[in-house]
Design a protein around this ligand. Structure first.
Ligand code: 13P
Ligand code: SF4
Length: 324
């Protein structure tokens, strides 16, 4: 550790509980380079809660759930935005910053929910249910957003559904999110068959087994989990809501039924809380690394572009959501 670069050495103190010393030298040089590149290029890094700790705690300027990243994206002054997250998040940042350069370090960082539906599917739903408002989860492409009336995230889905003042809505594409929100509201929700490949793998039996082997365990589940999992949990909410729950309640022992890096990131702020770690990795989120963030800034790629005809309509759906 003696040859460590000065800023990286200070940053290591924040993450030493989750990153072994042997792994750190491989990160330190990229971290120093990224910090310098951000200054040179007037760039800012937005990172989702599922990013690995060396990104989340060492180079990101803004961290949060999809809603917080979208809200922040609407207020950014920097000229270049690097989205450490998945493609739909970068598109949302671009929609809200049409004149800025938005970079995604790996174009393959997709999402099984975004893949589950096309713009044509949404048009067919509109034909099938005339007059029923269409809410699209932000985990969709700009083309799909453009066909919808308003967007939502897991953090504001219930509020968005109820803001429309109607008896029935269509909510696309996450079937489980739609079912979990339907359980909390009188509004009837028509769903699609999309699933998150990370959250659909959790089962109610997983929770029962965990509770048996870890007495006093508090279980938090993301609303993309199947309804049976949410029903067995003590609390369900977006990634930011789960993080706030730990901050407020300080459970002695907790499990987050969600993506793996989330526990690492929250655990660093709460050494007194024991985190039980059955978790599932999101292969798309894990496409983003310090090395490709550095290359993105050095080589100005991959630039996110959205066709103007689509961007205008998609932006409206996102802005309507932000106004709720
Ligand atoms: P959040 O909006 O809760 O951060 O969720 C985004 C996501 O992709 C969860 O899988
Ligand atoms: Fe998509 Fe699920 Fe990965 Fe989130 S965790 S980006 S919803 S595949």
């Amino acid at each position: 550790m003696s040859a460590m670069l000065p800023t990286a050495a200070l940053l290591y103190e924040h993450v030493r509980r989750v990153i072994p010393p042997i792994e750190w030298p491989a990160f330190a040089e990229d971290i120093e380079a990224i910090l310098a590149l951000k200054r040179e290029r007037n760039a800012i890094i937005l990172a989702h809660n599922y990013q690995t700790p060396e990104i989340f705690h060492c180079v990101a300027d803004i961290v949060g759930d999809s809603l917080a990243l979208a809200r922040t994206a609407a207020t950014i002054e920097a000229q270049v935005i690097v989205l450490a997250g998945v493609h739909f998040m970068a598109e949302t940042a671009k929609l809200l910053n049409p004149d800025k350069t938005v970079l995604i370090p790996d174009l393959r960082a997709g999402c099984s929910l975004a893949e589950s539906i096309t713009a044509e599917d949404v048009r067919l739903m509109r034909q099938r249910y005339p007059g029923v408002p269409i809410i699209t989860y932000v985990n969709t492409s700009a083309e799909v957003k453009a066909e919808s009336d308003i967007c939502c995230t897991s953090g504001n889905a219930k509020a968005v559904v109820e803001s429309l003042g109607v008896l029935r809505v269509i909510m696309l594409p996450d079937e489980y999110l739609a079912q979990n929100i339907a359980a909390q509201t009188d509004v009837q929700i028509i769903a699609w068959k999309g699933h998150c490949e990370v959250h659909e793998r959790f089962t109610p039996a997983d929770i029962r087994e965990l509770r048996e082997s870890h007495p006093g365990l508090v279980v938090l589940a993301h609303p993309e989990c199947p309804p049976g999992v949410v029903a067995e949990a003590d609390f369900s909410g977006s990634t930011a809501a789960m993080s706030d729950y730990v901050e407020r309640q300080r459970p002695r022992r907790v499990v987050l039924m969600t993506e793996c890096s989330m526990s690492d990131n929250v655990a660093l702020a709460h050494p007194e809380v024991e985190f039980i770690r059955p978790c599932n990795l999101c292969p798309h989120m894990k496409r983003i690394t310090l090395a490709n963030i550095r290359t993105a800034l050095e080589q100005n790629h991959h630039v996110v572009t959205i066709e103007p005809g689509i961007a205008g309509r998609a932006r409206l759906a996102v802005e309507r959501m932000l106004a709720v």
